[in-house]
Write a protein that binds this ligand. Structure first.
Ligand code: NI
Length: 264
């Protein structure tokens, strides 16, 4: 009934007991999970999860925060994306939160890495999984420059773990992207994210855990896991005045429309 559209099941402690995660998922009505790549070095682990279990899929990409990780070429991403059960490119994007004394101008390596992912996604027509933090303006500008404006040939994708403003959400939708909300929507301080959750068109909304991070209330501070995407879904259903069933069906359909290779 639910899909967790973004999790890191190759990270500790999740990778140590995948069987327990899977049984918790089935108890919570979470049918499928998309395991997100963050480095090339760990891609085999991620891909192995997607091939070992018939309700897991994966992406390929290098996270903008993984500064020490090897940056891929377009060719390399295309080749890895052609493997079975790889349904998207990412996570990729920009993160200016941890500049560590550098200026935004110094982050050109991140912008280049992001462009490489966009070019690969367009070449293989797979959706992008976008991470953006304190960098929304450049993220949107680079997407536009690379042709990701919803026009013919666009890869499209999702802004994951969305924590930006309503204006940024509108721009992302205008470019044809989806918005994914995480457990942050349940945090007391996150009224601005609840405003986005209330406003978003229902046909452009995805839900995720970003586990092992960001466990929703009532598990806040504990290790997150895909089963808890049901709690994210319940919270958003309540915000929008929908039944949990309606919210689950819509977000599941949206996820399968975007990641269309995610079929059993
Ligand atoms: Ni992530």
């Amino acid at each position: 009934m639910f899909i967790d559209s973004h999790c890191h099941l190759n990270y500790p402690p999740l990778k140590d007991d995948v069987a327990a995660l899977r049984s918790a998922m089935s108890q919570a009505g979470v049918d499928k999970a998309l395991v997100i790549s963050t480095t090339l070095e760990s891609f085999d682990e991620v891909h192995q999860l997607a091939t070992a279990y018939d309700n897991f899929w994966c992406t390929v990409g290098v996270h903008p925060d993984e500064e020490g990780a090897r940056s891929p070429t377009v060719e390399e991403l295309k080749q890895l994306a052609s493997r079975p059960r790889v349904v998207g490119i990412g996570e990729t994007g920009l993160d200016y939160y941890r500049l560590n004394g550098r200026s935004v101008a110094d982050m050109e390596w991140q912008r280049e890495r992001f462009r490489t992912h966009i070019r690969a996604a367009r070449a293989c027509q797979l959706p992008l999984v976008i991470h953006t933090r304190e960098a929304a303006e450049d993220t949107l500008a680079i997407l536009r420059e690379e042709g990701e404006d919803g026009s013919a040939g666009a890869a499209g994708g999702v802004f994951h773990c969305f924590t930006e403003t309503l204006d940024v959400a509108k721009c992302a939708l205008d470019l044809g992207f989806y918005i994914s909300l995480s457990g942050i929507v349940t945090f007391k301080s996150a009224q601005s994210i609840r405003d986005v959750a209330a406003w978003l068109p229902l046909d452009r909304l995805l839900i995720e855990t970003d586990s092992p991070y960001l466990a929703p209330v009532p598990y806040r501070g504990k290790t997150n896991q895909p089963a808890y995407v049901a709690d994210v879904g319940r919270a958003i259903a309540q915000i929008r005045g929908l039944t949990v069933q309606q919210l689950a069906e819509s977000t599941t359909q949206n996820c399968l429309r975007l990641f269309s290779a995610m079929v059993a």
